[in-house]
Design a protein around this ligand. Structure first.
Ligand code: TXA
Ligand code: MG
Length: 363
């Protein structure tokens, strides 16, 4: 279904995706209201959040939700996160809110944290990918909040990319992936964090980190004490494996170019690049590496070695840009795995199809 506004009326249109300016909750109120109307009617809209752009639909409407899966080409068993605008909204959709969820919400909501909890029947199986749990997040981005309020329902929203590609962190990425496939795209600022939210499950005993993000493992442990880390955060899980978070087993964040993650000091990394220099070879390196890149390698910095927030904000855009430059092979300097670095590492090993090399191992 496509929806278009004409003469004040919302009508169906099979071909066109509306691009709606939404930079400011006040100045762009009309467009935000229209997005809310489209969502209420079962349409799908790409919206900005502080993490990545999301492709939103009414989480309680199975038909609307199935349009998300079609537009993205997403496997049906990969559940969606529902986005709420106030804590009270959750009580209808979650069977039981444990004390741990309340404490996390107090500290990190609104913000880049998603909690998995047992769901009620108001969340259709289509939304939860057939699971009896539901992932819930309260975003902090003012436009996202205003759209949820305008729709009046929780919004199911996966990242607004075509399945398998890097997540969308600008509205231009959304236009690239989804134009003609969704009802509307909100034109807004690039996302603050650039990486998807932290996902923690509170539905099975000890809290367990399923996906690292801007709310770090260290911060979660400060609030909850013990937090386990799922194996899938850093290890490759087979497509047939039983995984806690279905998203873990699918190919992810991958450009056309072949990505390799390279561990080592700057000196080791730069020597490694020297041995690999060839046409079509690119480097995504730390800013410190840039002045000494070997001849014949096009390189781009993704922040200083210690600046994991900047790395997170830039990495998905850069992974898309290497394809624009028709790179064949991209060697990314591997970040440390502490704090937000774990989130950057987690996305990078997936985009590299788990190809990690030690720069120091060569001759
Ligand atoms: O920052 C974000 O979380 C963004 C923005 C739009 O909010 N959304 C996002 O959604 O990244 P998505 O669908 O791309 O990633 C959600 C991840 C998937 O790996 C999915 O398998 C997992 O969360 N997930 C969702 N519901 C789950 C559940 N009930 N149990 C286990 N994993 C779940
Ligand atoms: Mg995604």
């Amino acid at each position: 279904m496509k929806i278009e506004k004409e003469k004040g009326q919302v009508r169906l249109n099979e071909l066109k995706t509306l691009l709606l300016r939404a930079y400011d909750v006040g100045a762009d109120a009309e467009n935000i209201a229209l997005a809310g109307e489209i969502l209420k009617k079962g349409g799908i809209v790409a919206i900005p959040t502080e993490t990545v752009y999301g492709l939103a639909a009414d989480a309680t409407n199975p038909e609307a939700v199935s349009h998300i899966f079609e537009a993205k080409g997403r496997p049906k068993d990969n559940p969606l996160i529902i986005h709420i605008d106030e804590f009270g909204m959750m009580t209808e959709y979650v069977r039981e809110i444990p004390d741990s969820a309340r404490r996390l919400a107090e500290k990190f909501w609104p913000g880049p944290l998603t909690m998995i909890l047992p769901k009620t029947d108001k969340i259709p199986m289509r939304t939860s990918g057939g699971l009896d749990t539901v992932a819930v997040r309260m975003p902090s981005n003012p436009i996202a909040k205003a759209v949820i309020r305008a729709a009046g329902v929780p919004l199911a929203a996966p990242s607004a990319n075509r399945s398998g590609l890097p997540s969308t962190t600008t509205y231009q990425h959304c236009v690239h992936d989804l134009d003609g496939r969704v009802d509307a795209i909100l034109e807004s600022y690039p996302c603050q964090y650039g990486l998807e939210s932290t996902v923690i499950t509170l539905a099975e005993g000890t809290p367990r980190l399923l996906r690292p993000g801007a709310v770090t493992l260290e911060q979660l442990r400060e609030v909850l004490g013990t937090v386990d880390v799922d194996k899938g955060v850093t290890e490759h899980l087979d497509a047939s494996a039983k995984v806690s978070s279905p998203g873990m087993k699918y190919k992810h964040y991958a450009p056309e170019a072949d990505v390799v993650l390279v561990k080592g000091t700057s000196e080791e990394y730069l020597n490694y690049l020297k041995r690999k220099a060839a046409p079509g070879v690119m480097a995504i390196c730390f800013d410190e590496d840039l002045p000494n890149l070997p001849e014949g390698i096009t390189g781009v910095g993704y922040g200083a070695r210690e600046d994991h927030y900047r790395q997170g904000a830039l990495i998905f855009d850069l992974l898309r840009k290497v394809d624009e430059q028709q790179a064949k092979k991209v060697y990314v300097h591997c970040p440390e795995q502490d704090g937000m670095g774990l989130a950057v590492y987690n996305r990078l090993i997936r985009s590299a199809g788990f190809q990690v090399e030690e720069a120091g191992d060569g001759e």
